[in-house]
Design a protein. Structure first.
Length: 80
């Protein structure tokens, strides 16, 4: 049985702050087409069980869509 991998993404207009558990790694990447493409590639190494990102007035739409297309379970949650 493999250990579940969870990813949290703090979404802002210009950047994405990514944290991976249980690996304990984190990084910042741009919230644009190039950054999202790189993010999908980087997360492929982790094989996430669930990715959670905050709803931030639409700034999460492109990254959320790309992650779903990549085949991962994605939850967009209210930041409150």
């Amino acid at each position: 049985m493999t250990t579940p991998c969870y990813v949290g993404i703090d979404v802002a207009k210009a950047q994405l702050d990514v944290a991976v558990l249980p690996a304990g790694t984190s990084w910042r990447i741009s919230n644009d087409a190039a950054g999202i493409t790189a993010l999908v590639a980087q997360l492929g190494e982790h094989r996430p069980t669930l990715i959670v990102l905050e709803a931030t007035g639409g700034h999460e739409t492109a990254v959320g869509s790309a992650l779903v297309v990549a085949g991962w379970a994605v939850a967009v949650v209210n930041p409150r």
